[in-house]
Every structure is written in structure tokens, then in C-alpha cells.
Design a protein around this ligand. Structure first.
Ligand code: T46
Length: 132
């Protein structure tokens, strides 16, 4: 459920040359098998609009900001991501929509598995049925 969403803070190593953050495998509750990123998102565009049956993902706003609207079949919440050293852990079975991308926003995603189209639920009513 959306109660299982987690904001995970990453180490931030600051010095006069700037900041460095790191994601080591033990900071996430899953081993990541894939990394992808969303960028050059035009103003007003929305991404997501689906749920995953098994996939777990960790999202970070590497640059800029965007909102993630999350639904567990019952409740909805919105998480604003805008810090490169804090990420959102999305467990399995959560519907997500990404919107309000700032210009230059980059969304980095670490995923628990490779790309599998059969893991997606792309219809909201089907998602509600799946959650029953
Ligand atoms: C999610 C949100 C945050 C691939 O070929 N490999 C991949 O690993 C991914 C993620 C996508 N694709 C292809 C599939 C589509 O033809 O790239 C195209 C765009 O994918 P999609 O419409 O799923 O993109 P988003 O931004 O709506 O969703 C993605 C992830 O698919 C999804 O798991 O949670 O980012």
C-alpha cells in the first residue's frame, strides 16, 4: 500500500568542489538489475500511468523536480521529488503517474528487474481488479 512507500536519504559527500551522492546496493531493499532515466521531458508532459505486478523501483530527481502521484487501489498520495540525495522507493502493486516536470528535470530509476512488458498493468480499472 502507499504506507509502504519510503523516502530513502542517500549519503551526500560535500566539499568545495561540489557534492557527491552514492547508491550502494545495501541501501535499497532489492538488488537492481536495470537503470534508466527520463530527461528532455517537455513542459506539461505526463509519464507513467501504469502499475507493476512485481517490479520495485527507486526514483531520484537527479536534476530539477517533478511530482509522483501514487495509488494503491484505495488511497492516493503525491510525492514531490526535487533533491538528488533523496529518492522514492515504490514497492510492487502501486499505480504511478509522473507530472509537473520542471525544465531540465532528470528522473533516474533503479529497477529490481529487467524490462518485462508482461509486468505492466496499463489500465486503471484492470489495476483496481488486480488489487481486489
Ligand atoms: C515507470 C516510470 C517511472 C524499454 O524499452 N526499456 C525500459 O527499460 C523502459 C523503462 C522502457 N522501454 C520502452 C517501452 C516504451 O516503448 O520505452 C518506451 C517508453 O516507456 P514507458 O512508456 O513505459 O515510459 P514511462 O516513463 O511512462 O514509464 C517508465 C517505466 O516504464 C515505468 O516502469 O515506473 O518510467
Amino acid at each position: 500500500t502507499i504506507n509502504d512507500l519510503q523516502i530513502i536519504s542517500l549519503p551526500r559527500i560535500e566539499d568545495r568542489r561540489g557534492n557527491l551522492s552514492v547508491i550502494e546496493k545495501d541501501i535499497l531493499p532489492f538488488e537492481f538489475k536495470r537503470v534508466y532515466y527520463l530527461y528532455d521531458v517537455p513542459g506539461g508532459a505526463e509519464r507513467g500511468g501504469h502499475a507493476h505486478k512485481n517490479l520495485q523501483q527507486f526514483l531520484i530527481a537527479l536534476s530539477g523536480s517533478f511530482d509522483v502521484v501514487l495509488h494503491d487501489g484505495k488511497d492516493e498520495t503525491t510525492v514531490a521529488l526535487n533533491l538528488p540525495h533523496k529518492g522514492l522507493l515504490i514497492p510492487t502493486g502501486i499505480w504511478r503517474e509522473l507530472k509537473n516536470f520542471s525544465s531540465g528535470a532528470v528522473c533516474l530509476v533503479l529497477a529490481s528487474d529487467v524490462y518485462l512488458e508482461e509486468d505492466y498493468i496499463r489500465d486503471f480499472n484492470e489495476f483496481l481488479e488486480f488489487k481486489k
